[in-house]
Ligand binder design. Structure first.
Ligand SMILES: *Cc1c(COP(=O)(O)O)cnc(C)c1O
Length: 486
């Protein structure tokens, strides 16, 4: 399998070449040259491989999916990496991603369930991909005899998922910038209580955008970047997206009895990474009826799917919401879908994302016949949710089903209800556990969410964090002091 750039660059690369890279050289995102097709016989075989989530089933399914896209890691090694990643010990359940049924099928709709993707070490779905990435990085770096220094910016979930995936890994260091004093106490405790020598928490005196600007500045300093082997783990990484494709298959097998049935998925969305994995699964032939994109008040994506206009927001116009992991001004993975929507025309994608967006901050596909296909051919619909919707959905879900959902998942459940169909089960992806966003749960239910036992008292643990000014040179000095120049 070879990978190409969404902006038409002629080079083709293999999986392990793009694994440690960010953007393609022309600023585009990597995608496979074509989507491997899963025929009826393969789907049936995968259903038995997954084996209803029996121990080892998820890892075996992950190996099947990944093998179609990765041909430069020997099969036995890839299998071992999947088995090491997706264990009951890490996820607390043999199914890894169990379904919870909320509503039984009825005459007017096909039933609603949650797919639990948040049982990993940091209680958000990002663990599903990041844990695999940690093992892939360690494997590939040791094969090459190289080291990597990961520099990232986080407002919460990404940073902790990256740190728990990379802690103690050979050849990898993490330098994670977060806005000083702005993450929830639980999120701060999760990250800052890590004592591993290869993890560096840096709290920046500023906001999230300041952190992101520093990461950009350092990445643009090519001499420093090469000299200190700086890399990233952001959501445009193809390996992360690929790991997420697996749980669409696992969700499908759990929600259906036979492969003739269809399922819809609702995905709480920010950077369009998670739902883009659903798009890839659908392109491979997984019988997905509808992919429902759920946004919060930051409705860049909902606006596109309703109107055909993609309009990025200024950071000053980005709302700070109670589903903060979806507070984005632009959706960094969206370009991958637009590439497919426009018939994989790299020159057009370059004109839209490389030119129109940077000049005007928007582009308009409403008059393009391709736009209608977003719904008709690719199955996309959308909706949005507000703080009031979120509170009501958390309360209703608790009162009607006895299940406490987190704020992001609540955005999904709210929008899922608007797109249910008879005969088609709706699976809402549970993207985090409620304990991570306790303040809003208290506002909705008047009580604290349940805390998994391993997180009892983490706020009181000693913290390992360096507070620093929002100054690129100071961060570069810090990185240089903590790793050897190659
Ligand atoms: C990252 C995140 C999202 C958004 O996922 P995307 O892949 O960026 O669309 C939604 N919910 C939670 C809890 C997250 O951490």
């Amino acid at each position: 399998m070879l990978y190409l750039s969404t902006r038409g660059h002629p080079d083709r690369k293999r999986f392990c070449e793009i694994l440690l890279e960010g953007l393609a050289p022309d600023g585009g995102l990597y995608l496979p040259e074509s989507y491997p097709q899963v025929d009826a016989a393969t789907l049936a075989r995968w259903r038995s491989v997954f084996n209803d989530g029996a121990p080892g089933g998820y890892a075996a399914l992950a190996f099947e999916v990944l093998s179609l896209y990765i041909d430069d890691i020997p099969a036995a090694d890839l299998k071992a990496l999947c088995e090491k990643t997706y264990t009951e010990a890490v996820y607390g359940t043999p199914q890894i991603v169990p379904l919870k049924r909320l509503e039984k099928p009825s005459d007017t709709q096909g039933g609603l369930c949650l797919e639990a993707l948040s049982n990993g070490p940091t209680l958000a779905f990002k663990d599903m991909a990041m844990q695999l990435l940690g093992n892939l990085f360690e494997y590939e770096l040791s094969r090459r005899g190289e080291e990597l220094n990961i520099l990232g910016a986080t407002s919460g979930d990404t940073g902790s998922a990256a740190e728990y995936a990379m802690r103690g890994k050979r050849g990898v260091r993490v330098f994670m910038l977060s806005p000083h004093g702005r993450m929830s106490p639980f999120q701060q405790a999760q990250m800052f209580s890590l004592m591993d020598q290869n993890i560096h928490n840096i709290a920046i005196e500023g906001v999230f955008d300041d952190c992101q600007d520093i990461v950009k500045n350092v990445s643009n300093d090519l001499d420093f970047k090469r000299g200190y082997k700086i890399g990233t783990v952001n959501s445009i990484n193809w390996a992360r997206l690929l790991a997420q494709v697996v749980y669409y298959f696992a969700g499908y097998f759990q929600a259906t009895k036979t492969d003739s049935q269809k399922v819809s998925f609702t995905v709480p969305s920010g950077n369009f990474g998670n739902v883009c994995a659903g798009h890839v699964a659908r392109m491979m032939g997984l019988p997905i009826d509808t992919l429902v994109v759920a946004t919060n008040e930051n409705d860049v994506l909902d606006e596109f799917f309703r109107t055909g206009v993609y309009r990025v927001r200024a950071s000053a116009d980005t709302h700070e919401t109670s589903s903060p992991s979806m507070d984005i001004s632009k959706a960094s993975n969206f370009e991958r879908f637009v590439f497919d929507l426009l018939g994989r025309d790299g020159a057009r994608v370059q004109a839209l994302f490389g030119e129109a967006l940077s000049r005007q901050g928007r582009f308009d596909l409403s008059a393009d016949p391709a736009f209608a296909q977003a719904a008709t051919r690719y199955g996309f619909v959308s909706g949005k949710s507000t703080h009031a919707d979120r509170l009501r959905t958390i309360k209703d879900t608790y009162e009607q089903h006895g299940v406490v959902i987190d704020t992001h998942t609540a955005d999904g459940v709210k929008v899922a209800h608007e797109h249910q169909k008879p005969g088609v089960p709706m699976v809402v992806l549970e993207t985090a556990l409620p304990i991570k966003f306790a303040e809003t749960i208290v506002e909705a239910l008047g009580r604290q969410p349940e805390r998994p036992p391993q997180f009892e008292g983490i706020e009181a643990l000693p913290k390992r964090v360096q507070v620093m000014p929002a100054d690129t040179a100071a961060i570069q000095t810090y990185i240089a002091a903590h790793c050897a120049r190659a």
